[in-house]
Structures are given as C-alpha cells and as structure tokens.
Design a binder for this molecule. Structure first.
Ligand code: PLP
Length: 499
C-alpha cells in the first residue's frame, strides 16, 4: 500500500521470509523434476528419491525416524489429522485435555471433537501461558484419551514442559499430541526426548515455503487418514506430494542447527527491544514469560494505546508487527490466548506482538524503537484518532469534513453507515483518489476500528494533509452514541466514483 522508506519485519511468528538456499533448491526441483514420485519409470525415480531424501532430512532435524514423518499441506492439516484420528480409536477413554492457548487449528478441531461426542477439558495456564502442572495432574485420569499441548506458543512465546506432560500422560496411558510449529528452530527439539506420540511442524516458520507441514507419528501410534483417495505417505495422506515444497522444507530443516546457533543473539535483541519499550513507557505490561520463553517473541500491552492505531503507524513507517496471531487479525476479536492469560478485552486491544528472526539486526530494533517512541510520546503523528464520543451532529454535518466509509459489503448489511459518508466499494482506495477532495478534512471509518487506521495512513501518504480515523469504527459509534445512530445512521450516504 505504501512506498516504504525502510522495511523492518518483526512478525516472524506469522511467517518467515524464505531462505535463498530454500528458494534455489525449490526452483531447481520445479524446473527439472516434474515426475510423479509414485510413478514407476526412470523419469520419475528422481522425484521419489528427492521425496525420501527430504523425509530423512526433516526426520533428522526433529529427532525422528524417516518412517515416522508424514508430509501434509500445512501444520493446520497435521493438527487436524492427529486430533480427528482420535475419533476412530475404539476406546473406553473419552476425554481430551488441552490448554486454552493452542493455535486455532487445534482449538477449532477440539470443538469438532466435542461435537462428535468426546469430552474436551482445558487445563488452566498461568499469567505467562505456562501450563499449571498441578491442575493438569488433577485433570488426567483413566478416561483420558489424549493430552494436546503445544511446545511453544505463537502469541506470547510460552514454552511448555512437554517431558513433564508426557510423563504424566504415560502414567495414565494417554497419548500426547504436541504442536511444535513455533518451537522448531528456536529451541532445541527432539521428539524422542520429548516422548510425544504426535508432533506437528510447519516449513514456513523456519524460512521454508508455505503450504507444507509435517506430522510426526511415533512408530506404533495409531493414525487414520484425513484425506482419502491415494496411497501416498503410506496411505495416510492422499494426494500427489508437492515435491518442490517438500524439498524446500528439507533445506530449511537442514539449517535448523544454524537457526538455533543464532537464538542467543535473537534473545539479546528481544531484551534490547523490551528494555527500550520500558524506557519509553514504563507502564507497559510484558506478557511474554520473563524467563525460558521463546528467544524471539515479545508480547506487550501498551496501556491507553489502541493496537490498531499503533499497528497502522508502524506499518506507515515500514514496520510489520502483529496485533494477535495472523489467523485472527482480521476478525477484530481479542485473542483467546491473551484472554486465557488474564487480559481483559481492553488490554487485549492494546497489545502487540513482536517476533524476531535470525536475521533481525540491532539497527532494525533501534528503528522500531524510534518509531514506537514517536507514537507513544505522540510525536510526529501524521494522522489523528477520533473517538466515537466526539462524533456528534456538529462534526458529522461539518461541511469541511469528508467521510470515507471503507467497510466491506457484508459489514454494511449489518450496520448503517455514518451520515454524509462516502462509500468505497473496493478495498483499493487508489481507485478513489480522484473522488476524495484534497482540500477537506478526511475522516476514515471502518466497521470495527482495525482497517481504518491503515487506510488513513495510506491517504496521508498520498498527500492528504488532514486525515483522521474513527476509533472502534461504526461499531464504536453505535455503542457510544446509540441515540445518534438511531437518528442519523445511513442518512445521505453516497458512493465514491472509481477513477
Ligand atoms: N500452530 C502454530 C503454533 C502456529 O503458529 C501456526 C501458524 O501460525 C500453525 C500451527 C499453523 O501452521 P500452518 O500455517 O502451516 O497451517
């Protein structure tokens, strides 16, 4: 959207930039190896060889045997498969115990298991997301079918004591599934030492390609296919393998030791960021564990500062951070992880996650700190926030004000817009620049307050001098001005003409 002066990527828990060696290998495979790994003639044999070599490399990186690795289309798929497979175990045991801070691909699959008749119980976590072992001991019993506990959390960086979880599960004869997506490459990891029955990995979190994951299944552990219709992956995952992705995943896995070697430097930079933020705003609340968390993840609550506005300002400065996990950033719902560690909705909406990678430099951290200082000390803010309480009749009918409504069509069906607003039908504001006057004050409004700031900064970057956005969007206005909403919403709304 913007032309960046500089780019600083601090959202590596969402995804990582692909490593040049990975890209090189993938391009080579794409260019030269087109055979189907399942075909029997010589042209395809190379493909089968690459597939099995890659399986060996991935297995070595996680401490497994090659036969224990199944390639999947993503870690989300692998989580689904391991969990849904529990349904086909004919067992007296009916309870699955998990934590309330798992990835959505686990949380939503657990809800599915519950709908299918299993009992799902969540073990509480402490203020920093660490599983409370005493509570877990109380919960595990002879009816426990499986424990599902992530090795490391993507939002706050909590690292769980998986060997302790496994020891407890084994005493009661329960299986253990562990989502190890965020742990791989950041902390030493060996599935045999952990003792888990199933472990889940994703290539794109370790500088590999998107769209490929792996499921470790301990030899002898039961598993049923999720995708039917082919004999691939030992009959456990139908579908022709995405060989270039798998080969790229293997190259990324071969670099895991190097990633681990960089983790101390990353931890130092994370500390520098944390100390810098504390210096700017001593009232901040750090939600990442003070000790023994992931070396790259810093989750911070900035009391009094809306994360959507912060995110947009940082974006404007070329800095990418996250206001939650990438999977729920558009939902504008406070993250379930932050809720589980005790943050209320307001605190969750004042929270940002910074996640570093091996390539993050000190200069980048200092640049991010400078931008945060400008925002938090309200220096050089190129766009303004308007509270929904300020949006009264005088303001809404001010002739100098031009209101741009950037809501999606389905949002408009749910709520009427601000009076006198001009609707942009497409998300590409570029199309409307001719229709938005340069000599007026521009007020951008979205549905819930997340998209407005980004659009406001975009307009500012296009030469609009006085741009503001509505905090909390139309939802906020309706909430704080219900009378006015009833009286004026939807009046005199027009559509912006595309250029
Ligand atoms: N599990 C965790 C902890 C994650 O952070 C993610 C990605 O955000 C996933 C699972 C899903 O990975 P994928 O994008 O490969 O489906």
């Amino acid at each position: 959207m913007f032309r960046f002066r500089r780019q600083v990527y601090l959202d590596n828990n969402a995804t990582t930039p692909i490593h040049p060696r990975v890209r090189h290998r993938m391009c080579k495979v794409l260019a030269r190896v087109y055979g189907n790994p399942s075909s029997l003639y010589r042209i395809a044999r190379n493909a089968a060889e690459i597939l099995e070599d890659s399986r060996r490399t991935v297995a070595t990186a996680v401490g497994a045997e090659p036969e224990e690795i199944i390639f999947t289309g993503s870690a989300s798929e692998a989580n689904n498969q391991a969990l849904k497979s529990l349904l086909s175990l004919s067992s007296e045991r009916t309870t699955v115990i998990s934590t309330p801070i798992e990835h959505p691909s686990v949380m939503e699959t657990l809800a599915y298991l519950e709908a299918q008749g299993l009992r799902v119980v969540f073990c509480p976590v402490d203020r920093y997301g660490r599983i409370q072992m005493q509570a877990l001991e109380q919960l595990v019993g002879e009816d426990t079918l499986a424990l599902c506990c992530m090795a490391a959390n993507n939002e706050i960086g909590a690292v769980q004591d998986i060997p302790a979880v496994v020891a407890l599960a084994q005493r009661h004869g329960a299986l253990v599934i562990s989502d190890c997506v965020q742990a791989l490459g950041k902390i030493p990891l060996d599935v045999k030492r952990l003792g888990v029955d199933y472990a889940v990995f994703s290539a794109h979190k370790i500088q590999g390609p998107k769209g490929v994951g792996a499921l470790y299944v301990r030899e002898g552990a039961p598993l049923t296919p999720l995708i039917h219709g082919g004999h691939q992956e030992g009959g456990l995952r139908a579908g022709t393998e995405g060989l270039h992705n798998i080969a790229g995943f293997a190259v990324a896995c071969a670099r895991v030791e190097r990633l681990l070697a960089a983790s101390e430097g990353m931890r130092n930079l994370q500390r520098r960021l944390e100390e810098g933020i504390r210096e700017i705003l001593p009232a901040v609340q750090i939600n990442s564990p003070p000790k023994d968390g992931l070396p790259n993840t810093l989750n911070v609550t900035f009391p009094g500062f809306d994360n959507a506005a912060m995110l947009a300002f940082l974006d404007y400065q070329g800095i990418g951070v996250s206001a939650g996990s990438a999977c729920n950033t558009h939902a504008n719902t406070p993250s379930h992880v932050l809720k589980a560690i005790g943050l209320n909705e307001e605190e969750a909406r004042q929270t940002l996650r910074f996640s570093l990678c091996a390539e993050t430099s000190r200069r980048q951290i200092d640049y991010a700190l400078k931008a945060l200082r400008d925002f938090l000390l309200q220096r050089k803010l190129p766009v303004l926030m308007v509270s929904p309480r300020q949006l009264d009749e005088t303001m809404l009918y001010n002739e100098n004000l031009f209101i741009v409504d950037i809501r999606h069509g389905y949002d408009r069906k749910l709520l009427e817009g601000l009076p006198n607003s001009h609707e942009a039908k497409s998300v590409f504001l570029k199309k409307y620049l001719r229709a938005i006057p340069k000599d007026k004050d521009i007020l951008v409004v979205c549905q819930g307050g997340t998209d407005g700031p980004v659009a406001a900064y975009y307009l500012r970057s296009k030469g609009y001098r006085r741009v503001s956005f509505v905090m909390g969007g139309v939802i906020g206005w309706k909430l704080f001005q219900p009378e006015l909403y009833r009286k004026l919403a939807g009046r005199n709304v027009s559509q912006l003409q595309e250029a």
